[in-house]
Write a protein that binds this ligand. Structure first.
Ligand code: NAD
Ligand code: DAU
Length: 337
């Protein structure tokens, strides 16, 4: 595998994955990215031009996609509309990019016989109940969990997963899939939970919790997601799905309280704002298959340390996130969030 096509490689996880490839492999990378509001040329700017090139284009544009797939040894597909709150305001781009875009890519890899890894989310499984205090063996998602997506975003990702599996079975497409939990780390847009709270705190304002902050997310450092994707691409079995997670369950309230501690602020110095419609209660990943079958292991075990490093990264990269901040907050304020 010498030349990879990475769709959505100028977004948060895609860009971190390209950095991971440059640091740990010899592959050459072509990024296909539409450069939506969520993308960042700067995230790729420090990388050598001899190994990384950026094609600005749409994953739903069959002509561009065919041309790029024709010259790649494999494709890793990150491109998507990714934010649940946006999908509640306007689902249309989620259907177009996440479903039609994946269909377009599948047709191209089918024509060219190209290996594909499809990056997806644990949200396709819907949510789990909150853990009752004293519960011994709380439920977690596995590769066998039934699909039950809640939001337009997660429904569009579920649809894309179904398309990939159908193209594997019906047309013999050489694809693997992964469904990962919530990522954190550098280059994440300020609309997302952790960067929003970090940048509010940098600005001397109070974090915003939807409702009382009881909802639980299963956090993984983006570097660990990158290593998982590379492991599955190079060692995974065709047609298989691997769940990716690092046993990082925390309530949103716990995350905010950890951040308040990092900033030396009182633990109750936050605001409760309007809750998200249809807000999933709890996500939790059982990554046994990936760990035992492929020997993958996350390296960022200490969430508090990972959060503190992420805070430092946002302090050092204010020039990057500042231009998006005011408009993002204005959009939240208009919804009472
Ligand atoms: P992001 O929103 O930060 O980045 C998405 C990237 O895709 C952007 O660079 C954007 O410009 C690009 N893009 C959007 N529409 C496009 C189109 N039509 N054609 C080409 N490029 C387009 O998203 P992210 O958080 O980096 O997520 C990347 C992938 O990982 C998504 O498929 C998402 O569903 C999945 N995922 C995300 C998480 C998470 O916690 N963020 C967890 C599990 C899975
Ligand atoms: O689980 C994987 C998914 O994680 C990915 O598929 C999505 O692309 C990614 O955006 C993320 O989805 P969430 O909806 O879980 O992430 P978000 O950062 O939007 O919110 C995390 C939690 O924090 C969620 O319970 C909502 C809550 N929240 C969010 C914001 C922006 C708040 O309490 N306050 C906020 O200001």
């Amino acid at each position: 595998m010498e030349h990879l096509l990475v769709t959505g490689g100028a977004g948060f996880i895609g860009a971190n994955f390209v950095h991971h490839l440059l640091a740990h492999t010899d592959v050459r990378v072509t990024v296909l990215d539409k450069l939506t509001y969520a993308a960042s040329r700067e995230a790729l700017a420090s990388l050598p031009a001899a190994r990384v090139d950026l094609v600005v284009g749409d994953v739903a544009d069959a002509e561009v996609v065919d041309l790029l797939v024709a010259s790649a040894d494999a494709v890793v597909h990150f491109a998507a509309e990714s934010h649940n709150d946006n999908s509640l305001t306007d689902p249309s781009p989620f259907v177009q990019t996440n479903i039609v875009g994946t269909f377009t890519l599948l047709e191209a890899v089918r024509r060219h016989g190209t290996r594909l890894h499809h990056v997806s989310t644990d949200e396709v499984y819907g949510d789990l109940p909150l853990i009752e205090s004293g519960a011994e063996d709380p439920q977690r998602f596995t590769e066998q969990t039934a699909y039950q997506p809640s939001s337009p975003y997660s429904a569009s990702k579920a649809a894309s997963d179904h398309l990939v599996r159908a193209w594997v079975r019906s047309f013999g497409v050489q694809a693997t899939l992964s469904n990962c939990s919530n990522n954190y780390g550098p280059w994440q847009h300020v609309e997302k939970f952790i960067p929003r709270q970090v940048t509010e705190l940098i600005d001397g304002r109070r974090p915003r919790l939807y409702g009382v902050g009881a909802n639980v997310r299963d956090w993984i450092h983006v570097d660990d997601h990158s290593s998982a994707v590379w492991t599955i691409l190079t060692e995974g079995r065709i047609g298989e799905t691997y769940l990716v997670g690092a046993d990082g369950e925390r309530s949103n309230l716990e995350v905010v309280q950890t951040l308040l501690e990092v900033f030396g602020r009182p633990r109750d110095d936050f605001e409760s704002v309007a809750d998200r419609a249809g807000h999933d209660l709890r996500y939790a990943i059982d990554a046994t298959k990936l760990r035992t079958e492929l020997g993958w292991c996350p390296q960022h075990a200490d969430f508090t340390e990972g959060l503190a490093q992420t805070v430092e990264w946002y302090r050092a990269h204010e020039a990057w996130w500042r231009p998006a901040k005011a408009a993002t907050e204005a959009a939240y304020a208009a919804k009472g969030q």
